[in-house]
Design a protein around this ligand. Structure first.
Ligand code: SF4
Length: 474
């Protein structure tokens, strides 16, 4: 897989200049936003469901140790095994060890963001194993040697003709010599190529949308059915999941599934919702002989005690990125790591550190659309602001930005000084625009005016307007 650069500014500049990428993103975002809005319109209790979902997730996070132990006990009772991994390296070693003991040569995988987070494929391939992605989007990206650019639609940035080219190059040696034009043809060919791999695989690896404490089950939702085949056909099934995925009961999970499908793809329910509980039992017609769950912490316990705890409510629906104008302009690869968009901008600095990923929190207009659509009511803009605050405190901003922020902070705490100065600044900018209504270049604000004009201020300052209306909104 191509190594990713963490240089957000460079990535974003390249992506913004890629016309094909912009078209693919525009089309995808329009589709996601429209479908979500339509399906939510048809569910008057959606807001109530959001509150219920938030309450369930908050309750789990407040009692995470209890529910994880309960989940572990239920998995053991069903004949499965639970492995605890504090770090990505530990998680990789556990999975490698299971594969080694199974004498595995071929691994088939369902879509799993946590496996991206722990860089699992690279570790398994390093051991000489063949790893085949079975989710169509992930399979396309495996052929392209690219990471996912969206958490639910990993290949959203690829056009049909690019996929057709990839399939032609990869499948010609398997006897498929036709260049395909339509989506059904592409899906059908991928299905034919992948089908035998499920039967040949020694190990199936999937993620988990939820883990149910009361039954010890894991749930995956897909629209392709690839997850079911990955977890039932190979003799060994490994579930990789992060610790916060646990929910108390089947009733709780049904509420979360209603929110997830609507928020993610605008469906009332995804085509396949698969519950797996332990290995094959006597009399079962199919299922694996071994069932393992690898629970990954990777800093989440630390987040539980931090201001970022709310982020652990995330159910990975992708709605925040589907509604984000920044994601829509630059796509997921620009974010430089596994999780893109608003949720990624909060999560990535938590995993990699602000020094490595501090730009992400600043690549946000704080327009608030993400938190308005988030089914878990995660206050994403507040969390991004918290990253900015810590960045400033740790002196991780440039000297120029640090001085500007310190100056603004000084003034903002002194309204009697702030108000006349902003009024003066407004008049100055308006006169500099020389009636054009915009400014093409401004000293010290080159980063803004390099790529766009600054609209000249019009009317009065917000403070004046507020006072004139007696401190009331219009
Ligand atoms: S932060 Fe909210 S909207 Fe974004 S993926 Fe998570 S649950 Fe979905």
């Amino acid at each position: 897989m191509e190594p990713r650069s963490h240089d957000f500014k460079k990535n974003a500049a390249l992506a913004a200049a890629d016309e094909q990428l912009r078209q693919a993103l525009e089309k995808a975002q329009d589709g996601f936003v429209g479908k979500r809005a339509r399906t939510i319109d048809q569910l008057p209790e959606f807001e109530g469901l959001r509150d219920q979902g938030k309450t369930i997730r908050d309750h789990v996070l407040a009692n995470l140790d209890f529910y994880l132990e309960r989940y572990e006990a239920a998995v053991l009772e069903s004949g499965g095994q639970v492995h605890w991994a504090e770090s990505p390296a530990e998680a990789r070693d556990i999975v490698r060890d299971i594969c080694r003991r199974a004498g595995a040569r071929l691994v088939i995988k369902g879509k799993s963001m946590i496996s991206e987070e722990i860089a699992l494929n690279e570790a398994l391939e390093g051991d000489g194993l063949e790893v085949v992605e079975s989710d169509l989007g992930e399979y396309i990206l495996q052929l392209a040697k690219e990471p996912p650019s969206h958490i639910i639609a990993p290949a959203v940035h690829k056009t049909r003709s690019q996929i057709s080219e990839l399939f032609y190059n990869a499948h010609s040696k398997l006897g498929y010599h036709k260049k395909l034009d339509t989506v059904p043809e592409l899906v059908n060919e991928a299905r034919q190529v992948l089908r035998s791999r499920y039967l040949e695989a020694d190990v199936g690896i999937t993620g988990a949308n939820f883990l149910i404490a009361e039954t010890g089950s894991n749930i995956i939702v897909t629209n392709e059915g690839n997850g079911d085949l990955s977890c039932t056909l190979p003799p060994v099934h490994i579930v990789t999941a992060s610790i916060e995925k646990v929910v108390p009961t089947l009733d709780d999970v049904s509420a979360l599934l209603r929110l997830l499908a609507r928020s993610a793809t605008g469906q009332e329910i995804t085509s396949y919702t698969t519950f797996s509980t332990g290995p094959r039992r006597d009399g079962d017609p199919d299922g694996p002989q071994e069932y393992h769950v690898v629970l990954v912490d990777n800093g989440r316990t630390r987040m539980l005690d931090d201001d970022f705890r709310d982020m652990l409510r995330c159910i990975r629906c992708g709605a925040c990125m589907n509604h984000c104008p920044v994601y829509g302009a630059i796509g997921g690869h620009s974010y430089g790591w596994v999780y893109p968009g608003p949720m990624g901008s909060v999560l990535t600095p938590n995993f990699l550190g602000l020094k490595e990923a501090g730009d992400l929190a600043n690549a946000c207009t704080l327009n608030g659309r993400c938190s308005a659509v988030c089914p878990m009511k995660i206050p994403l803009p507040d969390l991004l602001r918290e990253h900015r605050r810590r960045q400033f405190e740790a002196r991780l901003v440039t000297r120029k930005a640090g001085l500007a922020l310190a100056g603004w902070g000084f003034l903002a705490r002194r309204p009697r000084l702030y108000q006349p100065l902003t009024a003066l600044g407004m008049r100055l900018l308006a006169s500099l625009s020389r009636r054009k209504g915009r400014l093409r270049r401004l000293p010290l604000l080159g980063a803004w005016t390099d790529t766009r004009d600054l609209p000249a201020p019009q009317g009065e300052t917000f403070q004046n307007a507020w006072r004139r209306r007696g401190g009331r909104p219009q």
